[in-house]
Ligand binder design. Structure first.
Ligand code: ZN
Length: 329
């Protein structure tokens, strides 16, 4: 029996290495590029609590692009060095899509809808991650959007043009809706090719929100949108962007939305995201909110930070440092 096993394994090893010219994968006797079962990927759900509120970061997947886009004013050599020191590729920066599900008072609220298929093939996973915790799009009562960029509204529309979250009341900041959806925005400030700007950006926003446009609930920052959820004015990245504060009892969570794209280039280094429409306003509000986060040692969630995107800001001599939170069982 054992000899047979050994023989069979030996044959498999020889066949795999001879056939593909590759070393076998650990323990399987198969060539590394011939998986029998398609890998399911890594976990995209992270559950925690904010006081009485149950929370879960649900990944919608990833997007990304040339690092230069996200660090518009970085000197080239310093940018390359910062990425290398963080063991990141120097030609592509991956951004996560950390949507946040909140459950309080019998309601389920999703903060940000996610990108769907508007910005590449590696997003649209929020539905699968909802299923992982036994929920579907039909279980979402409300969706609150921080700003109307495609990676925050893309999932609102199904492939055939319907509402992807059939029961959800969608909330969006009025100033962004006026600029991107009702208006015909001049997007020449975006540091991306003209073709991308027009087809994938401007058109994607209008298309994504179309199924919910008639029932949209437009809000102004500064107050509670829903119990326990406050929108903080953070315009600059877009005309109406907000940050969010989730609070329950004496616990709170600050969502920095797109004040920063990636901690390595926008927190640990002070570089400005290229897509910030009003660079100076974005810089001022980023500093003010990061200062508060550091002073109050707040738990922070970054929409685009490495999953699950939770951590804290530390104020240091020349700026800030991002300190990822410990994984909680
Ligand atoms: Zn974004």
């Amino acid at each position: 029996m054992s000899r047979l096993t050994i023989n069979r394994r030996t044959i498999m090893l020889s066949a795999a290495t001879a056939g593909a010219g590759l070393a076998p994968a650990f323990g399987t006797g198969r060539a590394v590029d011939q998986p029998v079962v398609r890998p399911p990927g890594n976990a995209g759900v992270y559950q925690f609590r904010i006081g009485d509120i149950r929370a879960a970061v649900l990944s919608d997947g990833v997007i990304g692009g040339p690092p230069r886009i996200y660090a518009g004013d970085a000197p080239e050599v310093e940018l390359q060095t910062a990425l290398r020191r963080a063991f990141l590729p120097t030609d592509h920066l991956t951004l996560n899509l950390n949507t946040l599900l909140l459950e309080a008072g019998g309601r389920r609220v999703l903060l940000e809808a996610g990108a769907g298929d508007t910005m590449g093939p590696n997003a649209g996973r929020v539905f699968a991650n909802l299923a992982t915790i036994g929920l579907s799009a039909n279980d979402i009562d409300a969706i609150v959007i921080s700003h109307t960029h495609p990676d925050h509204v893309g999932n609102l529309r199904t492939a055939d043009g319907g509402k992807a979250f059939p029961r959800a009341q969608v909330f969006a900041p009025k100033a962004d809706w006026d600029f991107f959806v009702s208006g015909d925005p001049d997007l020449s400030y975006m540091p991306v090719p003209e073709d991308f700007r027009r087809r994938f950006f401007g058109a994607a926003i209008k298309r994504s929100v179309e199924p919910i446009a008639r029932e949209i609930e437009l809000y102004e920052p500064g107050g509670e949108i829903l119990p326990g959820l406050t929108a903080i004015a953070a315009a600059g990245h877009t005309p109406g962007m907000v940050a969010f504060l989730v609070h329950s009892g004496d616990e709170q969570l600050l969502l920095t939305t797109d004040l920063a794209y990636h901690p390595v280039v926008n927190i640990d280094r002070p570089w400005r995201p290229g897509p910030d429409r009003d660079q100076e306003a974005a810089l001022q509000i980023r500093r003010r909110i990061f200062d508060r986060a550091a002073a109050e040692q707040m738990l922070v969630l970054g929409f685009h930070y490495p999953f699950p995107g939770l951590g804290r800001m530390l104020k240091i001599d020349h700026g800030y440092a991002w300190v990822p939170a410990n994984w909680r069982f």
